[in-house]
Design a protein around this ligand. Structure first.
Ligand code: 6PG
Length: 469
């Protein structure tokens, strides 16, 4: 049999996506150098399914229907280049190679050029949703050659998550557009996770909610406008008890947070583009702060937080209400920052992104799926060149009506000495964006004072220099 699709790398993601593809009626062959993994995929698929696993690159390539379509799900970086190099001599013009990993977008651009020169279409496609998503419906973010995408479209639309019947996959744009969109997805993911962590801290140490109360707060919130995958799993996580001690498992988990780099890339590239994404930046740096464990233990002793004793006059119900509004505000501010970065990136790299499509395919399957993406999509559908989500009247009015609550929450955190950098950044982004005249005129004057860098004036055109002293 000639298989319709090939998968290279049968780790968790590759194997599950393969089984998903097979469930949707497509024949699929997988390649992995580990014989156990190659065999496991056939066993898992069960008899009668058109699923094959092999350790032979020759058998793999020869068993694929031409023009071939194959996906790589191997760790980002050198492994991707190594796999491409090993398969390239076996491939032919017209074949399509899809990289489904979290590859760094400049690597994708390089590979597109290298492979197009040989007549092979290369696709960077971000895939989100983890193990379950891969198995039952991920969100997929493809970019590259549009005609090649059209050939793959039936497979991708079949396996993707669906929201109201609409598949969470669509062609996003040229070159590395798919990897770029997935990178920013992960930046937003980091920021929302950080906002949840700050909320948890404030409710626990600040207001004194018990573990049981905390869990029900998140469960209740998932029935409101905060409805989202990350709020939902937080409710489930807080419920989980350690088998041995019976304590909530989270209380036994070290606070040192790890990362694989996608959030950092989002911030780094935002700086290159001069796109402000402060909530994402804060999320990246709080993971870095978490790694300074020994120093923090020492500092906690030397610089004790007596402010925690400060009693804040709060009615719990009222506080939870404010907290929910504050979370919604900060979450929307975070999406606004990420979307604005995507807009700038699309212009800088000629991706041709349609932000309504990005919002559409993020509504299901991915880690940042959230009810609010329906409104975000509507905003861009109404005006696809919207400079910033905050300028949409519905979203803008919604944030205006919640801003006092986020201010109250941040004040409480400050009074208690509890760090809430992502909330503060989300609020400051809003406050700065809607400020007509920022104090940066002072910075311009200072630059001119010490470096003769010149400044522009509000009343005349041109660049001016002053002898200040
Ligand atoms: C997803 C996730 C996925 C992965 C992250 C984790 O969309 O399914 O984002 O890609 O879990 O890369 O990133 P860190 O290890 O950096 O937290």
């Amino acid at each position: 049999i000639q298989y319709e699709f090939g998968m290279v790398g049968l780790g968790v993601m590759g194997r599950n996506l393969m089984l998903n593809i097979a469930d949707n009626g497509f024949s699929v062959i997988g390649l992995d150098l580990d014989p156990e993994k190659a065999a496991a995929v056939e066993t898992e698929a069960g008899a009668g399914k058109p699923v094959r696993g092999t350790t032979s690159a020759e058998e793999f390539v020869q068993s694929l229907r031409k023009p071939r379509a194959l996906m790589l799900l191997v760790p980002a970086g050198k492994a991707v280049d190594a796999v491409i190099a090993s398969l390239l001599p076996l491939l032919e013009p017209g074949d399509i190679v899809i990289d489904g990993g979290n590859s760094y977008f400049p690597d994708t651009d390089r590979r597109v050029v290298e492979l197009e020169a040989k007549g092979i279409h290369f696709f960077g496609m971000g895939i989100s949703g983890g193990e379950k998503g891969a198995r039952f419906g991920p969100s997929m973010m493809p970019g590259g050659n549009r005609e090649a995408y059209e050939r793959l479209r039936p497979i991708f639309e079949a396996v993707a998550a669906k929201v109201n019947g609409e598949p969470c996959v669509t062609f996003l744009g040229n070159g590395s557009a798919g990897n770029y969109v997935k990178m920013v997805h992960n930046g937003i993911e980091y920021a929302i996770m950080q906002l949840i962590a700050e909320t948890y801290d404030l409710l626990k140490r600040g207001v004194g909610l018990s573990d049981d109360e905390l869990q029900s707060v998140f469960q209740d919130w998932n029935q409101t406008e905060l409805q989202s995958f990350l709020i939902e799993i937080t409710g489930v996580i807080l419920q989980k008890k350690d088998d041995v001690t019976g304590q909530p498992l989270v209380n036994l988990i070290s606070d040192v947070a790890r990362s694989k780099g996608t959030g950092k890339w989002t911030s780094q590239n935002a700086m290159d583009l001069q796109a402000p994404v402060p909530s994402i930046d804060m999320a990246v740096l709080m993971r870095d702060m978490s790694k300074l464990k020994e120093e923090r233990v020492e500092a906690a002793r030397l610089l004790p937080n007596d402010s925690l004793q400060v009693s804040v006059d709060t009615d719990r119900k009222e506080f939870l209400n404010q907290m929910r509004n504050a979370f919604y505000f900060a979450m929307i501010s975070t999406y606004a920052q990420g979307m604005a970065q995507l807009k700038m990136a699309s212009e800088a790299y000629n991706y041709g992104l349609q932000l309504q499509d990005v919002a559409k395919i993020w509504r299901g399957g991915c880690i940042i799926r959230a009810a609010c993406l329906t409104d975000i999509r509507a905003a861009y559908e109404q005006n696809s060149s919207l400079a910033n989500l905050l300028l949409d009247s519905k979203i803008g009015d919604d944030l205006l009506s919640r801003q006092e609550d986020v201010r109250a929450i941040v004040k409480t955190a400050i009074d208690k000495g509890i760090p809430v950098p992502a909330f503060m950044a989300s609020l400051s982004y809003f406050d700065a964006y809607r400020t007509e005249t920022l104090p940066t005129n002072i910075i311009q004057a200072q630059r001119d004072y010490f470096g003769a860098h010149t400044y522009e004036r509000v009343d005349k055109l041109g660049f001016f220099h002053t002898q200040w002293d």
